[in-house]
Write a protein that binds this ligand. Structure first.
Ligand code: BG6
Length: 514
């Protein structure tokens, strides 16, 4: 007997392009990375490109062009990529994949003010179009500090590199931080939008590329179970935590003067909050999704008492992973007078019927007890408990915890009878773990996002309006801190400053200990 594939499962190019069951493979194209010698490029972008190639999601003629102030030939660049891939890629190294991919590597030396270098870049791209069939489709990834954006986008424009044609595309990818306040975000946007149309600008907030973050939408809108209780009638409060055990490492130049709120709360945590709080979008098309997220950000009420609704900390010497570690002010290249915060927590209210009276507590810090990101929706207690008081002494609130990383999954916490002759109720957890339910490991956020750039698929990229709204929430807080608050010290390896604990204690609540 021969088994044939049913016609509905046969690859069908005419099938609805929105059909996400089909493998999404990028058409002919190339990627140019500015800032190719940086950490992000080595640890995330190069490995992601390899992982995509290894999964068969890049076109055969795909090209990767590095641009940097280094005296490298193509072969030197290939070696750098090779080492980065060997060290950081998610999928196994396969020589045949590598060989095919490396044929498309080119390197253009030069700095951002160098006209000749950008003409060389144009020649390189045109040669790739001819030799490898990249068909004029190129994405420019600005993995560089924002102060260089004007030079680079200006050069791209001047050398005709930014021009779409009827049959080919040019896109630009911008990494956060999108400015350091509302004003600078607007200026940055102005610079980019003078050269690229809005649909050609892809702003990366890599949290949106994480599987577990996208799963917030699946959990809420694919199930009947959760959405009926996802509102102020049932939810007591929401805690969003992104804790890191690492310090600032070698990133002093970027981090000092930026701090925890601008680095992470303005983007990753407000995006997480928007996904948790938004109404059901009419579709998962970019426009509908962004509209719902924007409505949430627009409805955030500025806290009245910034002294009581925010907390700001800076780590001092302590412990991490069983080793003694230094404080922020002793880190390399950090002035010992720095008032940059390495921990920030804020309490926000969303002024809508769904969320009236439900605080959203957001916190992020470096050198905390462990690395964990989670969204915890804490429910109100049952309105009535038909048990003796002693039976429920150990009963907490029901909670639904979306474990973003590292232990990816979802936990539901509820009360259960302790086996025995007496009625005693205690909290237990029901767990879903990605590792247990699915065979394949989750792709890295950058794999998904780079592929989406190459496909021109925008839902997972925040639009400028969201960036502006996020700064509008954060600017008054940062201004208040600059005038009134010095960061409060907390020892490395703890869960942040006392003021963060007090912020919840005043509301009769506690932070979860993830
Ligand atoms: C980046 C921040 O956006 O996210 C870093 O700039 C932070 O400071 C990093 O360490 C954390 O990313 P992840 O994916 O490891 O949680």
């Amino acid at each position: 007997m021969t088994l044939t594939t049913p016609p509905e499962l046969m690859p069908n190019p005419l099938r609805d392009p929105q059909d996400r069951r089909m493998p999404r493979i990028a058409g002919p194209c190339g990627l140019v990375i500015f800032g190719v010698t940086g950490d992000l490029s080595r640890k995330k972008l190069m490995p992601a490109v390899y992982d995509l190639a290894q999964r068969g999601l890049l076109p055969p003629g795909f090209s990767l062009v590095g641009f940097a102030r280094r005296d490298w030939a193509d072969q030197d660049f290939a070696e750098i990529v090779h080492d980065a891939v060997r060290e950081h890629s998610r999928t196994p190294f396969r020589e045949e994949v590598w060989k095919q991919l490396a044929k498309g590597f080119r390197f253009v030396p030069g700095d951002f003010a160098d006209d000749v270098a950008f003409s060389n870049l144009r020649d390189t791209i045109e040669a790739l179009d001819r030799e490898r069939g990249t068909a004029g489709n190129h994405a420019f990834y600005l993995s560089i500090p924002p102060r260089f954006f004007p030079d680079v986008v200006g050069q791209l424009k001047q050398h005709g590199l930014a021009d779409d044609s009827a049959s080919s595309w040019r896109r630009v990818v911008v990494e956060k931080p999108f400015g350091h306040d509302l004003q600078s975000a607007r200026e940055l946007n102005q610079i980019v939008s003078e050269v690229f149309a809005p649909e050609s600008v892809f702003r990366i907030d890599h949290y949106l590329g994480k599987e577990t973050v996208q799963n917030i939408m699946a959990l809420r809108f694919a199930n009947g179970l959760f959405e009926p209780v996802w509102n102020a009638n049932y939810v007591d409060h929401v805690q969003i935590t992104m804790a890191e055990d690492i310090g600032i490492g070698g990133r002093a130049g970027y981090y000092d003067g930026i701090g925890a709120a601008r680095d992470v709360i303005q983007n990753h945590l407000l995006q997480l909050m928007a996904l948790v709080a938004m109404e059901e979008p009419i579709s998962f098309e970019a426009q509908s999704l962004r509209l719902e997220k924007q409505k949430v950000l627009q409805s955030v009420k500025r806290p009245d008492r910034l002294d009581l609704c925010t907390s700001r900390g800076q780590y001092v010497a302590g412990w991490a992973g069983g080793e003694k570690v230094r404080g922020f002010l002793e880190e390399e290249d950090i002035p010992n007078t720095s008032t940059t915060e390495t921990f920030a927590a804020i309490k926000l209210a969303i002024d809508t019927r769904r969320w009236a009276g439900v605080p959203f507590y957001l916190r992020h810090g470096k050198r905390l007890g462990r690395r964990v990101t989670e969204v915890a929706v804490i429910f109100k207690r049952a309105p009535h408990l038909p048990f003796t008081e002693t039976a429920t002494e150990e009963l907490g609130e029901n909670a639904l915890v979306i474990r973003v990383q590292p232990d990816e999954g979802v936990t539901v916490r509820f009360g259960s009878k302790v086996p025995g002759t007496a009625m005693e109720i205690r909290d237990v957890n029901m767990d879903f773990a990605y590792g247990g339910a699915f065979v394949e490991s989750s792709p890295e956020a950058y794999e998904r996002l780079i592929l989406d750039v190459l496909l021109g698929d925008p839902p997972l990229f925040p639009q400028h309006e969201e960036v502006e709204l996020s700064w509008k929430i954060l600017d008054p807080i940062i201004d208040y801190w600059a005038e009134h608050e010095k960061p409060e010290p907390y020892p490395a390896g703890t869960w942040g400053p006392q003021s963060s604990v007090d912020m919840l204690a005043r509301d009769g609540r506690n932070w979860r200990r993830p």
